[in-house]
Every structure is written in structure tokens, then in C-alpha cells.
Ligand binder design. Structure first.
Ligand code: SF4
Length: 339
């Protein structure tokens, strides 16, 4: 493992924790992660991880109609994702696939806190949602970064503020430990209601084809149930919806598998979302996968530009998927994560 470490990130405790976790490592000190991260790496390299200090701290408003109602923001505890799903827009967004972990938690939390206070001072009293997983899968690497342990207590200080941790992993050991500690400290008090662990689920056949490194569906369903029993707030995400051949049947099977394995009444929310790219990212991805041919990603061909130039599935597919999920979970509200 190559560990690229920014000089200014060296002294952070998380940097030391990360270094200790990789016994087979070569440490290379760098001035700025972007000097490497913003370059296309077209030659084979050893697996690499970059450890950096984020400055300035990025807190970005979500697009309109994204996620929960209220005010919502993305922030970036890390960049890139170890799962490397083949359709993932991060391949178009970033020039290379090296994960970056930002180690200056205090700066990130100070910026988040200031953001919340500013909105409250301006008189906004509604829900504020922060999404930690738009550029990464924080739970997938929680055993490296201890993100949950580092950030959950911070969010617990604020009223009507929710952190969403979205994942395609079943990596819940850290969450289980947190719950145990909470029970030891404050018996009877529920864990993490200010955090929603949102599991992103795909039909098995599609996961095998396009998300082969993510946790198997069965493991995710077991993780969901386990977290519910520990008192966590858990959500379900069905995304990206892929209008493949016989998609009604494929997704219908998934819905039945979920209903069988999970206590749906305890699920906090269900969101669905299509595959959406900006035109530039899609062009980059098509170029990257040119060798695989059109048949590798048949659903790309049907994407249509909306009025803002975003590439999305057709209106009729939107309608069919909405009907499918409403019929599958008739007693739950089905939200569009991003239309
Ligand atoms: S898990 Fe999500 S963020 Fe990670 S590669 Fe797959 S789609 Fe992208």
C-alpha cells in the first residue's frame, strides 16, 4: 500500500492511526494531495491511499429536490470509494481512483457547527440534513477512519439536524461498538437518532454485474436488521434504479426479499433515485468504458438530457419505478432522492 501523506497532515492523530493500520506500507510525503489527485493515472500502480488536510472546508448545498425536505448540504470526510462500482459517477467526477481521507476533523466540525448556527441565527428552524457519503462511502472504510465514532457525538449536540451516512457496505462493527458503549454509559438511551444509516440496495443480478465489490444483499439485510434492533435509525435507498430488461420483475424480487428480511415498520425512510450524470461526466465514463462496448451499460443509451442538461432516464421509467415501489411498500412514503 502506498500512503501519500501531506506534510501538513502528518501530525494529526488520525494520520498516525491510519499509518499503523497498514503493515505493508510505503509512506511518501507530498505537498498537496491535489498535485496527484487531479492527475489521470493511466499506468498500473500499487493500491494507494492519500491522507490530507481539507482546506478550505467544503460544505455544499445539495441540488434542489435532493433528499429530505428542508436545508441540505454535502460535506466531504473523504473522497472516492473503495467499491468502485462501474456506473459510479465518481469515475467521471475525479481523475483517478485513489481514496483521500481528510484528517482535520476539528476544522470540519467547526465549519459544520458555524453553518448550523448561521442558519439558526437567520431564523431557519426546520430540519438541516448533512450528507457525508456523496463523494465516498464512509461506512465502508469506517474500520480505517472511525468516522462514526468521530462524528456521531458531534451531531448529537444539535436539535433537528440529521446526518445521513449512505452505504453499500455491511461494515457495522464500529456501529455495534458505539451502541454498546452508549448502553454502558446511558442505559435505556437510544443510539444515534440524529444519524440515519441509509443502506443502498440493488437487485442481486445488477449488484453482481455493476457493484461486484459491495457487500452481498443478504449481508446488508442482516446488517439493517441488526442495527434496527440496536436502536439505530435506518433508512433504505434503492439507487441507482436501472431500467434494464424486465426491470419490473428484477426490482419486484428485490422488494420482496427486503420485506421478508427487514422489519419495515421500523425503517425511518425509503428513498429511490435514478442514475443521473452531468453530460461531461457521462462523456468521460463512456470514454473510460469504450472497450467494453455499448452492451456493457445498456441503460446509458436511454438517458435523456433534462432542461438543466442532466442525463436521466425517461419520464415513463420514472413513473413505472414510482408505481412499483409504492405498490411494494404501500404503508410507507416513497421519496425521490433526486429527481
Ligand atoms: S458504493 Fe456508491 S460511491 Fe461507492 S463506488 Fe459504488 S456507487 Fe460509487
Amino acid at each position: 500500500m502506498l500512503l501519500y501523506i501531506e506534510t501538513k497532515a502528518k501530525s494529526y492523530p488520525l494520520t498516525q492511526t491510519l499509518i499503523q493500520q497498514f503493515s505493508q506500507r510505503e509512506v511518501i510525503e507530498i505537498q498537496h494531495y491535489k498535485n496527484l489527485f487531479d492527475k489521470t493515472i493511466s499506468y498500473p500502480t500499487l493500491p494507494a491511499l492519500m491522507i490530507a488536510k481539507q482546506e478550505p472546508i467544503a460544505i455544499l448545498p445539495t441540488p434542489a429536490h435532493y433528499g429530505y425536505p428542508g436545508k441540505s448540504f454535502f460535506f466531504k470526510p473523504s473522497l472516492n470509494c473503495v467499491f468502485d462500482c462501474s456506473y459510479c459517477y465518481l469515475k467521471g467526477t475525479f481523475k483517478n481512483a485513489f481514496p483521500v481521507i481528510f484528517v482535520n476533523d476539528e476544522d470540519i466540525q467547526t465549519a459544520l457547527g458555524q453553518h448550523i448556527c448561521k442558519l439558526r441565527e437567520e431564523g431557519y428552524t426546520g430540519q438541516i440534513t448533512f450528507y457525508a457519503s456523496n463523494y465516498t462511502d464512509v461506512l465502508a472504510i469506517d474500520h480505517w477512519t472511525h468516522f462514526c465514532e468521530r462524528f456521531f457525538p458531534f451531531f448529537a449536540h444539535y436539535e433537528n439536524v440529521l446526518l445521513e451516512v449512505r452505504t453499500k457496505s455491511a461494515n457495522i462493527e464500529g456501529l455495534k461498538q458505539l451502541a454498546m458503549e452508549q448502553m454502558r454509559r446511558e442505559a435505556g438511551k437510544e443510539v444515534g437518532k440524529h444519524v440515519e444509516i441509509a443502506f443502498s440496495l440493488s437487485p442481486e443480478s445488477l449488484a453482481q454485474a455493476y457493484e461486484p465489490f459491495t457487500a452481498p444483499l443478504q449481508k446488508k439485510l442482516e446488517a439493517i436488521e441488526e442495527l434496527l434492533q440496536l436502536g439505530y435509525r435506518v433508512g433504505l435507498r434503492f439507487l441507482p434504479l436501472l431500467p434494464v430488461e424486465q426491470y419490473e420483475k428484477v426490482y419486484g424480487t428485490l422488494i420482496e426479499q427486503v420485506k421478508k428480511a427487514v422489519t419495515i415498520e421500523q425503517i425511518a425512510s425509503i428513498f429511490i433515485a435514478p442514475l443521473i450524470y452531468n453530460a461531461r461526466d457521462l462523456a468521460v465514463m463512456k470514454k473510460k468504458y469504450a472497450v467494453a462496448g455499448k452492451e456493457a451499460f445498456p441503460f446509458w443509451e436511454g438517458l435523456q438530457a433534462d432542461e438543466q442538461g442532466l442525463m436521466k432516464m425517461s419520464a415513463s421509467h420514472y413513473e413505472c419505478f414510482a408505481q412499483l415501489f409504492r405498490a411494494g411498500f404501500p404503508w410507507k412514503e416513497i421519496w425521490w432522492d433526486y429527481r
